[in-house]
Design a protein around this ligand. Structure first.
Ligand SMILES: [Zn+2]
Length: 270
């Protein structure tokens, strides 16, 4: 499933081809995504692309009035091609640009989203309840500390809650908790401000490294249905059950927390 780093990589990949271009046509080959693609998206035709940004795992293409929103779902990907290139299987939507290039949305499992939005985009029903972006200033150890007071649930579930902070998927949660030395099942409300400072630094570090690695795999095909290939080799605990901990040699443990597999070192993480 594409996570925040893959979506950021996709954004950086498509931006140069779209920015400043006028959308000539929106071709919908298959509207039957999880949320059906509606006629509203045709409002994009004739409008110039003013900016591209990411909010959580949503790609936002801002036009002169309103814009388009894309979510890659479980298996979506985007690529830039020529509008005349023959579509491949599962190429559901094209955004055709002046100059003949085209942004093509492919999604075998069709859990993705392709829709129109009216400003202000941050008030869109899918976006308005989202927590801060992990790589921006609103996210800090103090913020997590204050937000977690009185919470008895596991810290891992807490940081994976999109209302608390967006974009911390299962892999990144496991990795950052190991780096910060925090046990994933510890009650969120019982962690000190200093330890939350360390956790925020770890979350940022792991996401930035994944984004940097994602960028190295980028050509004309962006977004993927897995974690970036190179990054997988750098994982410290995730999917390393029973393998000795890099720091202390104790076998890494696997435990299901909030229905997701969690990996941790029972000695380094308390
Ligand atoms: Zn250890």
């Amino acid at each position: 499933m594409p996570e925040l780093p893959e979506v950021e990589t996709a954004l950086r990949g498509i931006s140069p081809a779209l920015f400043g271009r006028t959308i000539c046509e929106v071709r919908v080959r298959n509207a039957a995504l999880r949320w059906p693609v509606t006629e509203e998206v045709q409002q994009a035709c004739g409008q110039r692309v003013r900016s591209l940004q990411r909010r959580a795992k949503y790609l936002l293409i801002a036009l002169e009035s309103g814009g388009l929103m894309i979510h890659l779902g479980m298996s979506g990907s985007l690529r830039i091609c020529h509008e005349d290139d023959a579509p491949r299987k599962h190429d559901h939507v094209d955004i055709v640009l002046d100059g003949g290039r085209c942004l093509r949305f492919n999604d075998p499992r069709r859990f993705g989203l392709f829709c129109w939005w009216n400003p202000p985009v941050d008030q869109h029903p899918l976006l308005r309840h989202l927590g801060p972006e992990p790589l921006q200033d609103g996210f800090s150890g103090t913020y997590l500390y204050q937000k977690s007071r009185g919470r008895r649930g596991a810290v891992k579930n807490f940081i994976m809650d999109g209302k608390v902070v967006v974009g911390v998927g299962n892999i990144y949660a496991s990795e950052s908790l190991f780096m910060a030395g925090i046990h994933p099942a510890r009650a969120a409300g019982r962690i000190s401000a200093v330890r939350y400072d360390a956790l925020v630094a770890a979350i940022r570090d792991v996401l930035k490294r994944a984004i940097a690695q994602g960028g190295t795999t980028l050509r004309d095909f962006v977004g993927s249905d897995g974690m970036p290939g190179y990054f997988a080799q750098e994982l410290l605990v995730y999917d390393r059950g029973a393998v000795p901990c890099f720091q202390c040699g104790t076998p890494i443990r696997k435990k299901v927390i909030g229905q997701r597999s969690s990996f941790y070192c029972p000695r380094c993480q308390v």
